[in-house]
Design a protein around this ligand. Sequence first.
Ligand SMILES: [Zn+2]
Length: 148
Amino acid sequence: MSQVKAKETEDHGSKNLPQEIVKLISQAQEAKKQAYCPYSNFRVGAALLTQDNRLFTGCNVENACYNLGVCAERNAMAKAVSEGYKEFKAIAIASDQTDRFISPCGGCRQFMREFGLNWDVYMSKPNGSCLKMTVEELLPLSFGPDDL
Ligand SMILES: [Zn+2]
């Protein structure tokens, strides 16, 4: 079911993208250049757009103690929250994978969900094409702040 939905948004999402989303994907690609990933060599960049159009970027930051590494998406969200922004419109994610759209890990999906279900995640390829899904589509039946 979600596969079918994703395919539909892929076809639509790669064309006629709003200018602010094209820019967001470009900023995610730029942020990817700062990735610190000497262990995986898997560069990821993220660009987060707040409801009031502030932009925060992040990259993955690995560590010799592997499990301390931080994903690009969580890095960008933590930067925004630390600056007082908690309402998000969209996040774009970029990697070097040319054959598939970069997809957020389960931890990042849960982290996104903390700040709402109905905002957009643009999973991109280096050529700028993307797959758009909402946080709720990426994490159905989720556990969040309302459950506590
Ligand atoms: Zn992640």
